[in-house]
Design a protein around this ligand. Sequence first.
Ligand SMILES: [Zn+2]
Length: 136
Amino acid sequence: MAQDKPLPVPDPVTQPYWDGLNAGELRIQRCRSCEKAVFYPRALCPHCGSRDLGWITCSGRGTLHAFTIAHRGTPAAFKGSTPYVVAMVELEEGARVMTNLIDVDPTPEAVKIGMAVEVVFEKASDAITLAKFRPR
Ligand SMILES: [Zn+2]
């Protein structure tokens, strides 16, 4: 699906994350030293400083931790998409992911902190699939 919105540019650290999304899997890092979940992908564990990070495949389920509804003031490429929900989802594995909540009325009446959500894979280009979430 072609789109005019800016897309992420994978690098060697984040490539396994993008490869996972292209394969229909949500993968995050887990530190082999302190065993805590790590997101976004990086070279050092933000909890203990270890370089010994591995990858796990997530269930794709989580809860809505926080959100805002964008109506205006968004970059030009997103203006045609307003209103949309910018969401912080806490995954069952413990990491929090910045994402969009879709398949929901973008109003404070419909979007609730703590609501159960699940990942949706949205193909944005040949190389990039985005992880978005919807109510479950
Ligand atoms: Zn660690």
